[in-house]
Design a protein around this ligand. Structure first.
Ligand code: RP5
Length: 162
């Protein structure tokens, strides 16, 4: 067992600028995480090993991001009961719609909680993981409530001229 409750995995180094948004949220909320490159196509054995050990290691949420033929989140969901939050990474060729469609249409039985395409989706994946962990962690629940309140308070009542 480990103190790390959240695993952030991604198909490629090129996904990191997007997936970093999830990591930043977890850091802000003081949640221990690990980050790994695990590719469904390029390192399938790594994917299998990670999924096989995830629950036993004490991981409670896996945030999985990939682009294009984005099979990583779904394959991970097929290998572990640990909840998988999927992030469709924006692509140049098809703007991330390819990633979204690859992740969101899971067959009954193996769900992936699919976020929006790109950086906002990755940040929301961090918040989704925090919300799941907060169900069993009162201190984190307070931090998350404060984070949400601060965001609401930062929104002005009226639009300003540039
Ligand atoms: C996917 O292919 C990765 O998740 C990445 O989004 C995409 C492109 O990977 P690179 O060619 O940049 O390594 O597997």
């Amino acid at each position: 067992m480990t103190d790390i409750k959240v695993g952030i995995i991604m198909g490629s180094q090129s996904d990191w600028p997007t997936m970093k948004e999830a990591a930043l949220i977890l850091e802000e909320l003081g949640i221990a995480y690990e980050k790994k490159i695990v590719s469904a196509h390029r390192t399938p054995d790594r994917l299998w090993a990670y999924g096989k050990k995830a629950a036993g290691r004490g991981l409670q949420v896996i945030i999985a991001g990939a682009g294009g033929a984005a099979h990583l989140p779904g394959m991970m969901a097929s290998k572990t009961r640990v909840p998988v939050v999927g992030v469709p990474v924006q692509t140049r060729a098809l703007s991330g719609v390819d990633s979204l469609y690859s992740i969101v249409q899971m067959p009954k039985g193996f769900p992936v909680a699919t976020m929006a395409i790109g950086a906002a989706g990755a940040a929301n994946a961090g918040l989704m993981a925090a919300g799941i962990l907060a169900l069993q962690d009162a201190t984190l629940a307070e931090k998350l409530d404060a984070w949400r309140d601060a965001l609401s308070a930062s929104i002005p009542d009226e639009p300003q001229d540039d």
